[in-house]
Design a protein around this ligand. Structure first.
Ligand SMILES: Nc1ncnc2c1ncn2[C@@H]1O[C@H](COP(=O)(O)OP(=O)(O)O)[C@@H](O)[C@H]1O
Ligand SMILES: [Mg+2]
Length: 255
């Protein structure tokens, strides 16, 4: 990338777990640059280090070697991550969604309005005053998604956020995320198991090898911005999907 100020920049990044002589090499070496406004999707076989990469980017985990730098310029949060549900059982659904806005000291009236708008979009309007214990797993995941998107972060880090949802809701949320990130120019690093999801959403789709995950291919879905979910019916969509699937199948196959 020619941008001198990428939002995210990783060089020689590796991460191992455990102590010698029992170190498990989980990730890398890996180089990654994400330009401002870019939407980068990462796909790879299970256990290849995708979550490890995202945890490093979120500052939750240190690399073993190399470094990962994040540069943001606004008072908006640098990152939100949806890995597990991570929602608070003692807060109402609305208060959970409002959480990041409260941290930012957004006035309560505005914060409630923004939280309610996101709950509405995610089909949870009737549950604003409920507590998470009353929700299904898919609904809890939607609360976590609403909370992350409500702060309109400058850099969005997402780890398979839609994986637990049914196909219909998944499609709706992909389209919502497309519209949101395109209108706000949100820089996004998005990890997914789903090739379709990666192709619909990504400016770039990076394919990782089996563990320790390295980037073995990079594709640019050829659909101009602003893009909508209609690209799913484009013949080029199907072609790219099968090309990526061939790559992944090789990585997932036992050696
Ligand atoms: N905290 C940890 N301690 C030990 N091993 C770990 C830890 N986190 C991840 N790993 C190992 O690192 C590898 C990559 O894990 P992960 O990043 O979760 O993969 P992915 O998200 O691609 O499925 C796996 O072999 C996993 O077992
Ligand atoms: Mg993972």
């Amino acid at each position: 990338m020619g941008d001198p100020h990428p939002k995210l920049h990783a060089t020689d990044l590796t991460r191992g777990f455990g102590r010698p002589p029992h170190v498990v090499d989980a990730l890398g070496p890996l180089e990654l640059t994400v330009a401002p406004g870019e939407f980068v999707c990462v796909v790879g076989p299970s256990g290849c280090g995708k979550s490890t990469l995202l945890r490093i980017a979120a500052g939750l985990l240190r690399p073993s070697t190399g470094q990962l730098r994040i540069r943001t310029s606004s008072p908006r949060p640098a990152a939100m991550i949806f890995q597990d549900y991570g929602i608070y059982d003692w807060k109402s659904v609305r208060a959970n969604v409002r959480f990041g806005l409260d941290v930012q000291r957004v006035p309560r009236r505005e914060a409630n309005a923004r939280a309610d708008a996101w709950l509405d979009r995610l089909g949870l309007a009737d549950f604003a005053d409920a507590y998470p214990a009353a929700l299904s797993g898919g609904m809890r995941q939607r609360v976590a998604i609403a909370r992350g998107l409500a702060v309109e972060p400058e850099l969005l880090l997402m780890d398979e956020p839609f994986a637990a949802l049914d196909a219909q809701l998944r499609t709706i949320l992909q389209d919502e995320l497309l519209a949101l990130t395109q209108s706000l120019r949100t820089t996004t690093l998005f990890i997914t198991h789903s090739l379709e999801e990666a192709i619909v959403l990504g400016d770039r789709v990076l394919v990782m090898s089996a563990r320790p995950g390295r980037i073995i291919a990079e594709h640019h879905p050829p659909f101009p911005r602003p893009r909508t979910g209609e690209v799913r019916t484009d013949p080029e969509f199907t072609a790219l999907k099968s090309e990526l699937w061939d790559l992944l199948r090789k990585e997932a196959a036992p050696a």
